[in-house]
Ligand binder design. Structure first.
Ligand code: NAD
Ligand code: UFG
Length: 352
């Protein structure tokens, strides 16, 4: 397989995955509406590769397009044929991802995530491209205990965002089960992606307000915010704060290449796979490690629990390990170091 379409490739996880794809010699086509990103991330990806002695300029075709418009997607498939770089697989990151925004504006989430994916699948069918790796999320799970979550756990999302992800999984599963199907589909359920590429050239730079813990920690550490609000000190966890499975974005990116390699070697199938480390970290532990590794202070205060939160969300990642031969290599210290390096070198994100 030589050519891959990456939807949402300018975004946080997409840009890190594009870097790896280009490093491995793939031709990539990227479609991004830049609703939550900037084309500068791709420029930085090319810069990292240049420093590695790889000129990937001609290997990447970036299009400003929206998957809500089927013609934007078809345009790229046509281009790939014209260039004799026929797209053989898709890594599908494009989507809206804020849990809170999805509660305020559910229609946009259904339209963007679900309609966008249906458009994509239709064009893929038309061009007989039936290999897809999809960005799902741990938000599809119903989490009631502190047990590790495996792929068989009950899927019952608690917010519209999670429902869009579960619905897309069902559409993809139906596609695979359809009569003449030879779709190969991996739905990767990410736990909490954080960190940045160790170069400090690319990282997370959301355009709107970022509610997730990591951007909040770095905002406080750099002095843009006076303290971190910790949502809840009375959770049934070791220190009373929420536990999550934080996974380094480069480990996650590697998981996509492993999933792609797995799919093309195997028979047509739909498979859902957790991508997490299997290790939980409390909010207080996260802050302490961040302070120690980066020698900075992160003042905090305890607040009420945030509505819709769970005590503990940790992956059982044994399926990814056995099936994909994928093993997360970076730990929480690496996450803190690399994410901070990105923040310090790019205080204004890609606007620098
Ligand atoms: P991101 O917002 O940085 O990247 C998504 C990219 O898709 C952005 O570049 C955005 O501009 C683009 N996009 C959105 N809608 C589009 C559309 N209609 N057409 C074309 N481009 C569009 O987010 P991310 O953190 O890189 O997440 C990537 C995927 O992983 C998303 O689907 C997200 O739901 C999923 N996911 C993310 C997390 C997380 O915490 N980061 C966790 C689980 C799942
Ligand atoms: N937290 C705080 N203060 C903050 C932000 C978060 O204490 O300012 C706590 C939360 O209460 C939680 C933990 O930090 O205990 C992690 O919260 P995040 O908002 O960073 O992440 P979530 O686990 O709520 O959700 C994230 C993404 C989802 C994704 C999910 C996958 O936002 O898109 O992980 O598990 F689907």
């Amino acid at each position: 397989m030589k050519s891959v379409l990456v939807t949402g490739g300018a975004g946080f996880i997409g840009s890190h995955t594009c870097l790896l794809l280009l490093e491995q010699g793939y031709n990539i086509f990227v479609i991004d509406s830049f609703i939550n990103s900037s084309s500068r991330s791709i420029k930085k990806v090319l810069l990292i590769l240049k420093e590695m002695g790889i000129d990937a300029q001609r290997k990447i075709h970036l299009t400003n397009g929206d998957i809500k418009n089927p013609s934007d997607i078809e345009h790229i498939f046509k281009m790939s044929y014209k260039l004799d770089k026929k797209i053989e697989a898709v890594i599908h990151f494009a989507g809206l991802k804020s849990v809170s925004d999805s509660i305020i504006d559910p229609i946009s989430y259904w339209e963007n995530n679900v309609v966008g994916t249906i458009n994509l699948c239709k064009v893929m069918e038309k061009y007989n491209c039936k290999n897809i790796v999809f960005s799902s999320s741990a938000t599809v799970y119903k989490t009631e205990s502190n047990k590790l979550l495996n792929e068989e756990n009950i899927c019952e999302p608690v917010n519209p965002y999670g429902y869009t992800k579960l619905t897309i999984e069902r559409i993809l599963k139906n596609l695979h089960s359809s009569k003449s199907s030879n779709w190969r589909i991996a739905s990767l359920r990410y736990f909490n992606p954080v960190g940045a590429h160790h170069s400090g050239f690319i990282g997370e730079d959301p355009l709107g307000k970022a509610n997730n813990i990591y951007p909040q920690i770095t905002r406080v550490a750099i002095g843009k915010q006076s303290r971190l609000k910790i949502f809840g000190s009375d959770w049934p966890t070791s220190d009373g704060t929420g536990v999550r499975d934080y996974i380094h974005v480069m480990d996650l990116a590697e998981g996509h290449l492993s999933a792609l390699n797995y799919l093309i070697k195997k028979k047509p199938q739909f498979i859902a796979i957790n991508l997490g480390t299997g290790k939980g970290t409390t909010v207080l532990e996260f802050i302490k490690i961040f302070e120690k590794v980066n020698k900075v202070k992160v003042p905090f205060s305890f607040e009420d629990r945030r509505p819709g939160d769970n005590a503990s969300v940790i992956a059982d990642n044994s399926l990814a390990k056995s099936l994909l031969n994928w093993h997360p290599k970076r730990n929480i210290e690496d996450i803190c170091k690399d994410g901070w390096n990105w923040q310090v070198n790019n205080p204004k994100g890609y606007l620098n």
